[in-house]
Structure formats: structure tokens, C-alpha cells
Design a protein around this ligand. Structure first.
Ligand SMILES: Nc1ncnc2c1ncn2[C@@H]1O[C@H](COP(=O)(O)OP(=O)(O)O)[C@@H](O)[C@H]1O
Ligand SMILES: [Mg+2]
Length: 231
């Protein structure tokens, strides 16, 4: 089967996944803090938005405005894309505030808000930041995995290519979203010699021939760029 692929917008990355992501599927991007997850996600949305596919960044930590500000320094013209209603940054509550009587927040209420935004703005590319925060909205510890599984199953009903961001503390234990998704990408942040190095690695990409090597990932003024394998 030959799939039409969509570009992620991260230079050097699409070449290692047969030209891009298979659309309308769910991908998980995992990595430690500062490894570039949010940047990768927003770049994916901005690329789509500038090529006719409206994008939505959902922050579950009330950080949509901050992400917008952080990302506006890059060469990609994010403020212009938001002004044109091609790219949206939205906060969706994952926890009640102090003194807030709204204790109804759950994966299903979060899903309902996301669905509403997706339909309202004809969203084609979606980023949810992050699944780790999403877990806070599940009060019953015994049903966390099931709730996350249901959320992902329902997301697949939306006509969107979705990146779920998930913080990764322990790369040796996998979480529900990492099992349930169609593709899993790891970002790494580690000491190499005396300097900090960033890397990207494809762990799983259904329908795609790929290797599992780590490749160098750099921040440039044009955003993230993937280069050579790290040997
Ligand atoms: N313009 C830039 N040039 C170089 N590095 C940058 C730039 N902007 C952000 N960074 C780096 O990106 C890191 C944050 O990336 P981010 O995508 O927010 O990571 P994550 O979402 O994985 O925590 C910062 O800690 C900083 O080191
Ligand atoms: Mg982040």
C-alpha cells in the first residue's frame, strides 16, 4: 500500500520516514524536559497551516499563550498564521483552579472541547501538550490506562493528524499512549563528551520502513533540524 504522506516541517526528518507522516493517524512524541517536544509540535502545525491545513495547539497546562510567545521568535511566521486563523493556540483545562467548583474535568470533557475546536476551525493538524498533564484529570487511579486508551480511540474518529506530547522520565517503561499510537518518536537530551546533545529517534512508525538510529537534532533560527546519525 502506498500512502500519501504529509511533511512534518522539520528539515531532515521527513526523509527518514519515507517522505512524511501518514495522515489522520495518531503519533506520540516523548522526551525529557527541554528536548524540543513543543517546538517540534508547533513546527508541525505551522508547516501544515502555511500549506492549507489549519492547525490547533492544545495546552492542558494553561500554557498556550506562553508557547505562542516562545515560538514567535522563529523564522516561521506564527503570528501571521494565527492572525489569518490558520493556526490556533488554545488552553483546555485539565485541573480545577483553587476555589474552583468545577470538578467535572476528565478526558471526556477535554475531548469534547477539542472536538468542538476541531470542527469549528476545520482543523487538520492537532497537537496536545501533554498526555502527562492529561493524567491529572483522571481521579480514579485504577482507570487511568483505560481512560487514556478511550481518549486515543476517540481521537482517531477526528479527521486530524495528531501529535500527542508525552513527558518521558524513564525510557524503559512505556505508557498507554505509547502502545496505542500509530507512531512513536523519542527526543533525547544527553551529555556527549562535555556538551549537551539533542537527538531524535523513531521507535515505531506503522506502515513505514525506518531505522531506529538516533539522529542529531539542532535548534536553528528556522526551528528544529535533523542531521546525521549519532555513532
Ligand atoms: N531559538 C532557540 N535557539 C536555541 N535553542 C532554543 C531556542 N529556543 C528554544 N531553545 C531551546 O529549546 C528548549 C525548549 O524546547 P521545548 O520545545 O520547549 O522543549 P520541551 O517541550 O521538550 O520541554 C529550551 O530549553 C532551549 O534550550
Ligand atoms: Mg514542552
Amino acid at each position: 500500500m502506498i500512502y500519501l504522506r504529509i511533511k512534518t516541517g522539520t528539515k531532515g526528518f521527513d526523509d527518514v520516514i519515507n517522505g512524511g507522516l501518514i495522515p489522520n493517524r495518531i503519533y506520540v512524541l516523548s522526551g525529557p524536559p527541554g528536548s524540543g517536544k513543543t517546538t517540534f509540535g508547533v513546527q508541525f502545525l505551522a508547516y501544515g497551516a502555511s500549506t492549507g491545513a489549519p492547525g490547533l495547539y492544545v495546552s492542558l497546562t494553561r500554557g498556550a499563550e506562553t508557547t505562542f510567545e516562545n515560538m514567535s521568535g522563529y523564522h516561521i511566521n506564527i503570528p501571521m498564521l494565527t492572525r489569518r486563523n490558520e493556526l490556533f493556540f488554545k488552553d483546555v483545562k485539565s485541573m480545577p483552579d483553587y476555589g474552583d467548583s468545577d470538578t467535572s474535568i476528565s478526558p471526556s470533557t477535554i475531548y469534547a472541547k477539542i472536538t468542538d475546536l476541531v470542527n469549528r476551525y476545520s482543523i487538520k493538524r492537532l497537537v496536545i501538550d501533554s498526555m502527562s498533564t492529561m493524567r491529572f484529570s483522571i481521579k480514579d487511579h485504577t482507570s487511568k490506562d483505560m481512560e487514556i486508551g478511550r481518549f486515543i480511540q476517540n481521537l482517531s474518529l477526528l479527521d486530524c493528524t495528531t501529535i500527542l506530547i508525552s513527558e518521558m522520565v524513564d525510557p524503559s517503561t512505556y505508557s498507554t499512549e505509547q502502545y496505542a499510537c500509530d507512531g512513536l518518536i523519542f527526543l533525547h537530551n544527553f551529555m556527549r563528551g562535555r556538551s549537551m546533545t539533542r537527538a531524535i529517534q523513531i521507535i515505531k512508525m506503522c506502515g513505514t520502513a525506518h531505522d531506529c538510529e538516533m539522529r542529531k537534532l539542532d535548534f536553528t533560527e528556522n526551528g528544529l533540524r535533523v542531521s546525521d546519525k549519532i555513532v
